[in-house]
Design a protein around this ligand. Structure first.
Ligand SMILES: [Zn+2]
Length: 215
């Protein structure tokens, strides 16, 4: 079996986040979980993604204790740890500061399911977590609550969280969220957007998970 280099994968994801314009400067952070060992690979605090080396990656156990690495981990460490504790289906977390989605985070407003791809990729409305200071345990707890069982949530006045079974899924979720947020703003500007029903959302999510594509 080919072993996965999680550190390398994390550095590549950092570059990709920058290239996709999903954040500004050094804000935003990424983690990957190795389901076999339970270890969490997290980006360090306040370092530019394009300068990171594999030795800069912080390796944590499932409780958030550092087991490898000399760098200070991202201030949102507990956000990652609590999500992994709560969601066994999640093995990658992408925290971004994207413009269109953050508009709703500033309004403390959820983004309802307004497009089919949102139902398929995210699985439900994207709720906004109650405000808490960055890096606080309360922010981590609020985020877990807002996330629930879907693939994304907003942080009040802050940014977005996207989760997936791998980092590829996180980027897909991030793109769908950002596009949906932009479409929703335009729809709100000229009329009253119609939300997709929960029944139809659930059907599409199930289809996307279990029946879509080439098996
Ligand atoms: Zn942030």
């Amino acid at each position: 079996m080919k072993t996965i280099n999680y550190k390398k994968m994390l550095l590549q994801a950092g570059i990709e986040m920058q290239e996709r314009d999903l954040t500004v400067e050094t804000w935003g952070n990424i983690s990957l979980k190795d389901p076999a060992t339970g270890l969490i690979y997290l980006t360090p605090s306040g370092m530019a993604n394009d300068t990171l080396q594999e030795s800069d990656v912080c390796v944590l156990n499932g409780h958030g204790e550092i087991v490898e690495g000399t760098r200070k981990p991202s201030v949102e460490k507990m956000l990652h740890v609590l999500i992994y504790q709560e969601r066994s289906d999640v093995s990658a977390i992408l925290h971004t500061h994207p413009i269109q989605s953050t508009v709703f985070g500033i309004l403390h407003q959820e983004i309802p399911v307004i497009a089919d791809e949102m139902a398929q990729a995210i699985g439900g409305p994207v709720h906004c977590a109650e405000y808490a200071l960055p890096g606080s345990i309360v922010l981590a707890q609020n985020a877990v609550q807002a996330l629930g069982k879907v693939q994304a949530c907003l942080l009040a006045n802050h940014g977005a969280i996207c989760v997936g079974h791998d980092i590829k899924e996180c980027f897909k979720v991030a793109e769908v969220l950002e596009t949906s947020a932009e479409i929703y703003q335009k729809a709100l500007a000229i009329g009253r957007p119609i939300e997709i029903t929960k029944e139809n959302t659930d059907w599409m999510r199930d289809f996307a998970l279990n029946h879509y594509g080439q098996k």
